[in-house]
Design a protein around this ligand. Structure first.
Ligand code: GDP
Length: 371
């Protein structure tokens, strides 16, 4: 029998002129949708990276930074395959308060390094407060005008805001990929606030502190315990009428450094004055870094520090994993507000609350084990 819809007289489904179904979704929505990253296999990423393909390197770094489990799975496989090719760079950390002139200096340091030694330079950052959209530290590539257009440089903004540990781990993993791609010098920039300097220090061979003179708080680094971890101090903006003030500040820093115990590296940190903006005495800064690297390579401290850093990162990864497991547990998420109130209300002590939460988590783990 013929279907009634096939009959010429059948008009039940006809749409009347001028009456149109309203769309239930915004027709422009597709243009807002995030572009999906085309995924390759770990081997494809690795061979692109080893060939020095900047686009493949950039895409692999995006996966490292992603929180999606499927991205992380590929990223970890890529990192593992890149590891044998990593480690052959000199890693330089650069820190300083906002406005100290880090971007200006990295731009000019980078050009000097490339002119002096050739090779390739990667510039990465650790800034746990950064959000890519806000273009904070390094987000805005134009802050490094010369380097950003240099064919031998790779500049990457800080991974987006997150826990310091998480952001720092991603930067460290990115160093591995950059080294496998043949970048033989890596600069890691960090903001001179909070704990990010320690994180940066834990992944570089030389940690440079950029300071300013004449701000009345020259020795602020001492207060924050940052000078102990600096392998060198560079006083920026030594130009024009500022030169004398910089030399005076340099004297203060040298005196202060003498009061600290001899550093583990055996190399006393130097203090130099320069101007990043006017490109004055930049060679002195580069010499300071290179002389230090030569000395610690000869003494064996270079490799010792790298080994210590690998150990540190193993423990950091364990800590991060345990912490995430605990705080992502639904049971714990449900219990936390109540426990917090009980502690605040004086019903239970902090220690008892912590123990109850941990016991709950351990029980959950035991029950999760296959029998
Ligand atoms: P950052 O926040 O540490 O990255 O600092 P920037 O590199 O953005 O520099 C902050 C400001 O200091 C900018 O206005 C720079 O032009 C200026 N500046 C940087 N280096 C120098 C320098 O060597 N001399 C002078 N006079 N100004 C500088």
């Amino acid at each position: 029998m013929e279907h009634p819809e096939n009959s010429k007289e059948y008009i039940g489904l006809q749409v009347n002129a001028g009456v149109c179904e309203q769309l239930t979704v915004n027709p422009y929505l597709h243009s807002f949708r995030k572009k999906r990253t085309k995924l390759f296999t770990p081997d494809e990423y690795v061979s692109g990276i080893l060939d020095g393909d900047v686009s493949m390197l950039g895409q692999a770094v995006t996966l490292v930074e992603s929180t999606l489990p499927e991205h992380q799975e590929i990223a970890q496989a890529v990192i593992e395959k890149c590891l044998p090719y990593a480690g052959r760079s000199v890693r330089i950390g650069i820190s300083g308060v906002p406005g100290a002139g880090k971007s200006t200096s990295i731009d000019v340091f980078g050009i000097h390094l490339l002119e002096r030694y050739g090779g390739k330079l990667a510039v990465l950052a650790i800034d746990p407060s950064s959000e890519k959209t806000k273009g904070s530290i390094l987000g805005d590539k134009t802050r490094m005008e010369k380097l950003s257009v240099h064919p031998k440089s790779f500049i990457r903004p800080s991974p987006t805001a997150g826990s310091l540990g998480g952001v720092a781990r991603k930067t460290r993993e990115t160093i591995i990929l950059c080294e496998a791609a043949g970048y033989d010098r890596v600069i890691v920039e960090t903001v001179g606030v909070g704990q990010s300097e320690t994180a940066c220090h834990s992944m570089v061979d030389f940690f440079l502190l950029i300071q300013l003179a004449g701000t009345g708080d020259e020795l602020q680094g001492i207060k924050r315990g940052i000078m102990e971890i600096a392998d060198g101090i560079a006083i920026n903006k030594a130009d024009g009428s500022n030169v004398d003030k910089c030399e005076l500040a340099a004297g203060h820093f040298r005196n202060a450094l003498r009061l600290f115990p001899k550093p583990e590296s055996g190399v006393m940190p130097k203090v130099v004055c320069y101007s990043g903006f006017y490109d004055l005495n930049v060679d002195k800064v580069i010499d300071m870094i290179e002389n230090y690297i030569d000395a610690v390579k000869d003494s064996g401290y270079f490799q010792y520090r790298r080994n210590e850093q690998s150990k540190y990162w193993m423990y950091e990864s364990i800590n991060e994993h345990l912490r995430n497991g605990f705080f992502f547990s639904q049971n714990i998420k449900d219990m936390l507000p109540d426990m917090e109130n009980k502690v605040l209300g004086g019903e239970v002590t902090s220690f008892v609350a912590a123990k109850r939460l941990l016991d709950t988590y351990y029980n959950e783990l035991t029950n999760r084990q296959p029998h």
